[in-house]
Design a protein around this ligand. Sequence first.
Ligand code: ADP
Ligand code: ADP
Length: 225
Amino acid sequence: QPVVHFRNVNKYYGSSLAVDNLDLAIEPGQFVTLLGPSGCGKSTTLRMLGGFEMPTSGEIFLDGQEISQLPPNKRNVNIVFQDYALFPHLNVRRNVAFGLELKGMASDAIHKRTMELLSLVKLTDFAERMPGQLSGGQRQRVALMRALAPNPNVLLLDEPLSALDAKLRQQMQIELKSIQKTTGKTFIFVTHDQEEALTMSDVVVVMNAGRIEQMGDPHTLYAKP
Ligand code: ADP
Ligand code: ADP
């Protein structure tokens, strides 16, 4: 059974159609990239899955349950935005712990999980630092671990690397892919950068004007004839 299934999903903003009869099934544990030019409907698709937009019509299933009308906190997904704003007044450890505290997890369990996640991205020694004392890449890693902390089945990433310089961006692509494989979560990543999509994805979904144009593994999609 697919972990995510969009069925005949349409999204209008006023009279303009942003997502056009989307049918998309995503298998669990895959790194899936939505690729396409600005305005083609990638973010809207992601936001509908996260619960920040409601479809105008159609159904969205998560683990077999229809969730299109549920609020974000009732869905087993989490989202990392482009600006990945950390809480500036909380240290690294408390940033990562935030979602677990909201859930009411016991404090020793929170500490254990938080330190495990920080160790996964080699930030153990930075646990007590404030966000302002971190590099861009380190902040990005903290934001990622904060989103993974509550153990969502699906992680949504909306152009999370676009603010980084080219070198760091390449490094983060490798790290993201490795974190996805280590955790076994389903990652759905949005980008307009074809190279980024090819480097990281198990499946690339090419979108244009609110529709899926092509879909497949990068080698098949971009094989030289
Ligand atoms: P992408 O992520 O591929 O850049 P979006 O999903 O952001 O595309 O946008 C798809 C279309 O919907 C665009 O034409 C955009 O201008 C429009 N759109 C997106 N969000 C809104 C909104 N909140 N209100 C009105 N129109 C929107
Ligand atoms: P993206 O990076 O996905 O292209 P945009 O920069 O187009 O995003 O949009 C940023 C924000 O502005 C989003 O929250 C989106 O919903 C909103 N937005 C985009 N297009 C429009 C629009 N035509 N009218 C109103 N809001 C919009």
